[in-house]
Design a protein around this ligand. Structure first.
Ligand code: AHR
Length: 307
């Protein structure tokens, strides 16, 4: 029917109902669940048929999903890549089939950047630098801390670590004593934080924890409390995402700062596909930016975001 209407009314290909495949990583964090919901809602609002695939954190499942989307002849693909490397072959298959791929929220390392249309994502290195700068200012550049990394091999974990380290390296009395992956999950954050606390004399000499996302910070907060310390006071806590639950913890004085990563990436991603199909130029990186939030606005932010 869409084709018939398009032919009858002379509508362009972009105005016809599009079919888009979306390969999502999984649902490891509150942020990712919001991203999935937001992209599904945006597709529905635009009349796009979205074929959704949940990879359960496995790259092999994402590659299978992409191949299935290609076989089904979708008009475009959204890919949230779990890790950075290993995408060249399947992206080439999509390109050979004439299907544009938009990366959402994370990046890839490929030999030829022409294999994907664009990336809609924040600058993770910048987020790491912002977290490091806040902590340096807050502690006058003197802090022994631990770091909870995201999924091993993901651009989010690699770049957030890099940006943070760039700032810490400027301060001779700031040290990352331990750094390990909690896989972006609440349970992972709690488990790794428990082991950090055990290894660091119950956490007594520690000044802070830097978590690559809010869910791991929420897990760490639990572990700190169970160890008899006060998160947000005995140990400062800083993380990234700005999910509703972190604002609740912040309003209760249990965490100190979060950097926002908007989960609403569907709008710019679908706009980029429309632009490409209309023959317009699309930038290689569509950057999203978010501010740092502190306790002064936490209660209001929690109320606003949890409605
Ligand atoms: O790629 C973005 C990161 O992935 C988010 O910060 C995290 O919560 C998610 O799982």
């Amino acid at each position: 029917l869409a084709c018939l209407l398009a032919a009858t009314f002379g509508l362009s290909a972009t105005a016809q109902a599009m079919t888009v495949g979306f390969s999502q990583i999984g649902s490891e964090s509150g942020w990712r669940t919001s991203e999935t919901e937001s992209i599904k809602a945006e597709a529905q609002q635009r009349g796009i048929e979205l074929k959704f695939s949940d990879a359960q954190q496995k790259q092999e499942n994402q590659i299978k999903a992409l191949r299935s989307f290609i076989a089904q002849g979708v008009d475009a693909i959204l890919l949230a890549p779990v890790v950075e490397t290993g995408w060249d072959q399947v992206l080439k298959e999509a390109k050979d089939a004439g299907i544009p791929v938009v990366l959402v929220d994370r990046g890839v390392k490929v030999k030829d950047e022409g294999l994907y249309l664009t990336k809609v994502a924040s600058d993770f290195v910048e987020e790491g630098r912002l977290a490091g700068s806040w902590l340096a200012a807050e502690t006058s550049g003197k802090c022994d801390l631990v770091e909870l990394q995201g999924t091993v091999g993901s651009s989010a974990a690699i770049d957030r670590k890099t940006g943070f380290a760039q700032v810490v390296d400027l301060f001779p009395r700031m040290h990352v004593l331990r750094s390990q992956s909690g896989d972006f999950t609440r349970a992972g954050g709690k488990m790794v934080m428990e082991s950090f606390l055990k290894a660091e004399n119950g956490g007594k000499g520690l000044c802070a924890v830097y978590a690559h996302n809010d869910d791991m910070a929420l897990g760490a907060i639990q572990a700190i409390k169970e160890a008899g310390l006060k998160p947000g006071k005995d140990l400062k806590v800083i993380s990234i995402d700005a999910v509703p639950d972190i604002f609740k913890a912040m309003a209760e004085g249990e965490t100190n700062a979060t950097i926002e990563l908007s989960p609403n990436l569907g709008g710019p991603a679908f706009d980029a596909i429309d632009a490409a199909k209309a023959g317009k130029a699309v930038p290689k990186w569509i950057k999203v930016q978010g501010p740092l939030y502190l306790p002064d606005t936490a209660a209001a932010e929690y109320q606003r975001r949890s409605q």
